[in-house]
Design a protein around this ligand. Structure first.
Ligand SMILES: Cc1ncc(COP(=O)(O)O)c(C=O)c1O
Length: 454
């Protein structure tokens, strides 16, 4: 006999510890129990259909139950589900590596697989350190540090958190994090170096250049999220910042690691956000959308120069000392191949810009609301920053939980969203239609008015 909805609620309440969640508050609210999903909608145990405006926390690209992805997984399951990449290979992983190299910026020819955004970043950071050791020797490696941005988010494992810069997530763990250097975030709405759009020439890029300069060659890698600092509240980077950062890395012999875990696979309107400034990094991290949001597969892509530094005789021990059990999981690789297949003719990604415009236009009426401070967009990544006072940009007290309460109201309007503090995040699947996007925008606007008044 299958468990009743009440059993599920009871077991969830008694045993499941949800991530990034104050469990006391969670237990006081009605849980959303997803029973099925179809296309861009979640269907709960009460039969309600909710538009998934979070894309399953930013990973679902093409909706749920996509026939091509379902079939690819089923077909792979008929062969085997998983084996190891330590000593063996298999068709799905080899083909996926080739396809990733084809779609990535030219020159990223080698793919190291793992299983999540944070693990792709951990691999990148360790590669950068070992690359420094292999190319410059022990003394240089012992002095090596990473440079990252304020407001950065690269995942929650210790290495990824060390290069993070979101105070709320990272500060409490500081005592156990590797020291790393930080440079100001390109957060234009609240510029950390006090610039305004009319007196700024991307001065935060000067700060990054200065940090590299004053570290006198110690920085082995600069890591950043191109296009959008997503988890900090969808902070869109000014155009030109990335190419300045890339040039500074080259000038100071630091590797450039780009974290496209959130922005990759079309979210910003190009396959990767770094294409918008024609930047090819030394190391590229991808995850989330790679499998269409079906299964945890991540990849760290590197150039020949990085890869070849690790080659040598076995007993020189130059190989990369890193790996995970589920690396190259065959079911995940099959899902990723099907996803890349669906993206391959460019139609889906090619439509993102126009869909983003439809979303942006539909949000215009709420843009002047007294508690809407800023609306930021890069393709189908959008953040609406709520403020106590639009003129002074003073934020609300965190305990007010305006973003959260507005998202709860949205459930009654058939929309599922999860905010980042007082930033309402809209990250709908690329498969969303214009009608759905307009409905999403209208529902969010209505919920803001319901909550605050007109
Ligand atoms: C830019 C970026 N990097 C890394 C991560 C971590 O990915 P995961 O949660 O799969 O470990 C995220 C997650 O949101 C992210 O946005």
């Amino acid at each position: 006999m299958s468990p009743s909805p009440d059993d599920i609620r009871q077991w969830d309440a008694a045993h499941v510890w949800h991530p990034f969640t104050q469990m006391r508050e969670y237990l006081e609210t009605e849980p959303l129990v997803v029973e099925r999903a179809e296309g861009n909608y979640l269907i709960d145990d009460r039969g309600r259909r909710l538009f998934d405006g979070t894309s399953a926390l930013w990973c679902n690209l093409l909706g749920h139950r996509v026939p091509e992805i379902d079939a690819a997984i089923t077909q792979q399951l008929g062969r085997f589900a998983h084996t190891t990449l330590l000593g063996t290979t298999h068709p799905a992983v080899a083909e996926l590596a080739r396809r990733l190299v084809e779609v990535a910026p030219a020159g990223l020819n080698h793919v190291f697989f793992s299983d999540n955004g944070a693990t792709a970043v951990e691999a990148a950071l360790k590669m950068a350190f070992q690359f420094r050791l292999l190319t410059q020797g022990k003394q240089a490696a012992e002095r090596a540090v990473y440079l990252s941005l304020g407001n950065a988010y690269h995942g929650d494992t210790l290495g990824a958190a060390a290069v993070g810069g979101v105070e709320l997530f990272h500060d409490i763990f500081k005592p156990i994090l590797l020291p790393s250097l930080k440079t100001p975030s390109p957060y234009c709405y609240r510029c950390p170096i006090g610039k305004t759009p009319d007196n700024c020439s991307i001065d935060c890029a000067d700060e990054l250049e200065k940090a590299l300069q004053s570290a006198e060659g110690r920085i082995c890698a600069v890591i950043l999220e191109p296009g959008v600092q997503a988890a900090a509240g969808m902070l869109t980077l000014p155009r030109g910042f990335l190419s300045r950062a890339a040039a500074a890395c080259r000038a100071h012999d630091a590797l450039l690691i780009l974290d496209e875990v959130a922005t990759g696979f079309g979210r910003t309107g190009t396959m990767f956000a770094c294409e918008r400034e024609d930047v090819t990094p030394d190391v590229l991290c991808v995850a989330k959308g790679l499998t269409g949001g079906y299964l945890p597969v991540a990849a760290t892509l590197v150039t020949d120069r990085v890869y070849e530094a690790f080659l040598g005789r076995y007993d020189e021990y130059r190989h990369f000392f890193h790996g995970h059990t589920y690396t190259g999981n065959a079911l995940g690789c099959a899902a990723a191949l099907a996803t890349l297949g669906l993206l391959s003719d460019g139609t889906i990604i090619g439509a993102v810009e126009q869909k983003a415009r439809a979303l942006s236009e539909a949000l215009q009426p709420i843009a002047t609301h007294r508690h809407v401070g800023d609306i930021r967009h890069a393709g189908l990544m959008c953040g609406i920053e709520l403020v106590a006072d639009r003129t002074t940009k003073v934020p609300f007290a965190p305990g007010d939980r305006n973003g959260y309460r507005i998202c709860l109201l949205l459930r009654d309007r058939g929309i599922f969203l999860r905010p980042l503090g007082d930033v309402i995040v809209l990250m709908p699947p690329l498969s969303s239609t214009d009608v759905e996007l307009r409905h999403l925008a209208a529902s969010v606007s209505a919920a803001i008015v319901d909550h605050f008044g007109a």
